[in-house]
Design a protein around this ligand. Structure first.
Ligand SMILES: CC(C)(COP(=O)(O)OP(=O)(O)OC[C@H]1O[C@@H](n2cnc3c(N)ncnc32)[C@H](O)[C@@H]1OP(=O)(O)O)[C@@H](O)C(=O)NCCC(=O)NCCS
Length: 228
């Protein structure tokens, strides 16, 4: 009779019988940590079987947030609407973005989003405007989710958008907005260039800047969607 601990096993022929269990067990091989490490080092996710050292590293040195700026895609349209309405506290500017996109008065390819860890958190766009007969780019609206405002997202998106507009040969840009915010990009009062608007606005709120060309003088006309 074989030696070893006794256990009971159930079989078809005998509902309950006694048998010996061999002492030598079949060997089971597990992958070594070295073999498992490559996958873990690519995606150190502590929630999926990450070793303790890996978890500690993830907690004490979390990955830096990834922020990128890129042109808007069709998949961004809904979230741009929501973040614009949220940033302004009303839907008017969100509807303006939609209307400029629908009419084609948005300058193609010049609507940019800022993306933080995969989430769209900022948006800015350029639409066609004219000073006299000369075409230019109007910067509006610019929006950042309230939770992310004043973290540099708006500046990053607007800088990238204006740089791309210049690269494409847009001669100049105008903006009607916060007089304390837009000068950082190079905007100065439009009146200084001889630009005028047929409605009264605070002089320092209407601004212009050269891009690939010069800022012309004359009467400014926004796209009709602005209703100005
Ligand atoms: C205006 C807006 C686009 C700026 O983007 P942001 O990511 O919040 O701003 P940034 O972090 O890039 O820049 C922060 C700087 O802008 C200034 N700033 C931000 N919002 C401002 C405002 N409404 N008025 C004046 N300055 C403002 C801050 O004082 C800060 O200045 P600092 O760099 O000297 O500290 C964003 O705050 C927003 O969506 N606001 C609500 C909607 C709006 O007003 N849009 C613009 C219409 S013209």
């Amino acid at each position: 009779m074989a030696k070893g601990p006794i256990r009971h096993a159930k079989t078809d022929s005998s509902p309950l019988r006694t048998e010996a269990v061999p002492q030598s067990r079949p060997s089971v091989s597990f992958p070594s940590l070295a073999e498992a490490a490559p996958a873990l080092s690519v995606v150190p996710n502590p929630r999926r079987g990450c070793p303790a050292d890996c978890y500690r590293e993830w907690v004490t040195n979390p990955p830096a947030p990834q922020f990128t700026v890129r042109p808007e895609t069709p998949g961004d349209i809904e979230v741009i609407h929501q973040l614009t309405a949220s940033a302004f506290g009303q839907v008017d500017e969100a509807e303006l973005v939609d209307a400029l996109r629908a009419s084609g008065n948005r300058i193609d390819g010049l609507s940019f989003v800022g993306v933080l860890d995969g989430e769209v958190i900022a948006h800015a766009m350029l639409s066609r405007c004219f000073v006299g007969e000369v075409s230019g780019a109007c910067l509006a609206p610019c929006s950042v989710w309230p939770d992310h405002q004043r973290t540099g997202a708006g500046t990053a998106v607007i800088e990238a958008l204006l740089a791309e507009a210049a690269r494409r040969g847009e001669a100049f840009a105008v903006v009607l907005g916060h007089a304390e915010y837009y000068p950082r990009f190079g905007f100065t009062p439009a009146s200084g260039f001889g630009i005028n608007l047929h409605v009264d606005v605070p002089d320092d709120a209407l601004m212009a800047m050269p891009l690939a060309g010069e800022v012309p003088a004359g009467a400014l006309a926004f796209a009709p969607e602005f209703g100005v």
